[in-house]
Design a protein around this ligand. Structure first.
Ligand SMILES: Cc1cc2nc3c(=O)[nH]c(=O)nc-3n(C[C@H](O)[C@H](O)[C@H](O)COP(=O)(O)OP(=O)(O)OC[C@H]3O[C@@H](n4cnc5c(N)ncnc54)[C@H](O)[C@@H]3O)c2cc1C
Length: 382
């Protein structure tokens, strides 16, 4: 890297850490500010599948393909679909697919291990960022100010960098998910339901999801439609109260499925938010965004982390080029266009899984994928 920009990345999630790695490989001067006190401060969440042209490509360009393959779980790519009566309608073994799963914690650790010591400043919750007329930017970290040539907001859904570029904020998607964590050994009924990857049970505006993670863990989600004002009391309710409300909401469902709503397995209530599809901003020298900070969408496209990693690849190229901020403007245009397509898919996915029409649209979608991509099929698919 010849231009030696001083780059600050706010947020040490997959997108921010990948950008730091790619810039350092070119000799870049980069600092990551992360609000977590240390890498193990909080569980990083569930399993992610990395796609060949985006997530896997980024790992390859970062020189981390072997580490990814060592931690990835290609055997966990299967899909099962049930109706609300507990009838298994679709069961596909995905072991030959090309979207291996990896635990989010494992992915973050691979990226952290690849950075120069001291790159990540833990315990740095950035609140104040001040663009200067020189197009340099001051970052205030716990009362101390440092100056950078470029600040990248990789700080996720509630980015503190994004408001400096646009007044657009995430909007509630009308759906709230309650998250659960199980052990394959301690929750044998969940282990039997989930099959070789993940399962969806779909009914009238409701869904139950469970997905294999590494180390014998399974993560589950109960999703239902509710107004934003109704979601807040759920977030303030104790776990046994949340599970009682869920049991009422899923009262008409088969007991084999409602066994997933287990009070001892409760993790959190998560209302889903998204930025408007196709939103953007006028480029401003010294400040840009990547990943969820730029294009938060519901998880129903399965693209979020893949886009964050692809953004990091493209932004690293732009920051390392000799074409000044114009290269970053080009990055922003291409990144936002790519994200808008994925956001359309995420919105369509959410509205198909949580619809008054139940399981039919979801089943059609999976059967179309089988037909289009020649998935290996099981008797249930055909
Ligand atoms: C329930 C759920 C399931 C999902 N499933 C999938 C899936 O299967 N596949 C998929 O591709 N995507 C999935 N996603 C989306 C995916 O998790 C995100 O798109 C991805 O993590 C975005 O990465 P990121 O680096 O942009 O942001 P994040 O992962 O959100 O990282 C942001 C980082 O910034 C830090 N931070 C925030 N504010 C500050 C601050 N002020 N100062 C310093 N640091 C700060 C945070 O601590 C965090 O470490 C899912 C999301 C959810 C909620």
């Amino acid at each position: 890297m010849t231009n030696r920009l001083r780059v600050a990345i706010v947020g040490g999630g997959p997108g921010g850490l990948m950008l730091a790695r790619l810039l350092q490989r070119r000799g870049g001067d980069v600092t990551v500010f992360e609000r977590d006190a240390h890498a193990g401060e909080r569980p990083q969440g569930g399993s992610l599948d990395l796609h060949a042209e985006t997530g896997q490509r980024a790992m390859r360009l970062a020189g981390l393909e072997a580490a990814f393959q060592a931690a990835a779980r290609p055997e966990d790519q299967g899909d099962r679909i049930y109706d609300e009566h507990g009838t298994l309608l679709f069961d596909r073994d995905g072991a030959n697919d090309d979207r291996p799963e990896i635990d989010r914690t494992a992915l973050r650790q691979i990226l952290l291990d690849a950075l120069n010591p001291g790159t990540v400043r833990w315990g740095s919750r950035i609140g104040k960022i001040t663009p200067l007329s020189s197009s340099e930017v001051d970052v205030n970290n716990n009362g101390a100010t440092e100056r950078f040539d470029a600040v990248v907001g990789a700080d996720g859904a509630w980015s503190r960098v994004r408001p400096l570029l646009t007044g657009t904020a995430p909007r509630y998607e009308g759906v709230t998910m309650v998250e659960f964590g199980y052990g394959a050994v301690t929750h044998l009924h969940v282990d039997a339901l989930v099959g070789g990857g993940k399962m969806f049970a779909v009914g009238d505006n409701r869904v139950l999801i469970a997905q294999r993670n590494g180390h014998g863990h399974i993560r589950g989600y109960a999703g239902l439609r509710m107004p934003e004002a109704a979601a807040r009391p759920w977030m303030a309710t104790a776990p046994d109260g949340v599970c009682a409300m869920l049991r009422e909401a899923f009262a008409a469902w088969a007991p084999s499925l409602t066994a997933l709503i287990d009070v001892k397995a409760f993790i959190a209530v998560r209302p889903l938010y998204a930025l408007p599809i196709g939103h953007g901003w006028t480029s401003r020298a010294g400040l840009t965004l990547l990943g969820d900070a730029a294009h938060l969408m519901s998880p129903f496209s399965g693209e979020g982390v893949n886009l964050a990693l692809a953004d990091a690849v493209d932004l690293a190229d732009a920051l390392a080029s000799d074409h000044g901020w114009g290269a970053v403007e080009d990055y922003e245009a291409a990144m936002l266009a790519r994200a808008a397509i994925a956001a359309e898919g995420a919105s369509a996915g959410l509205n198909s899984v949580l619809s008054p029409h139940g399981v039919d649209a979801v089943l059609d979608h999976y059967r179309e994928r089988v037909a289009a991509r020649s998935y290996p099929t099981t008797p249930e698919n055909t």
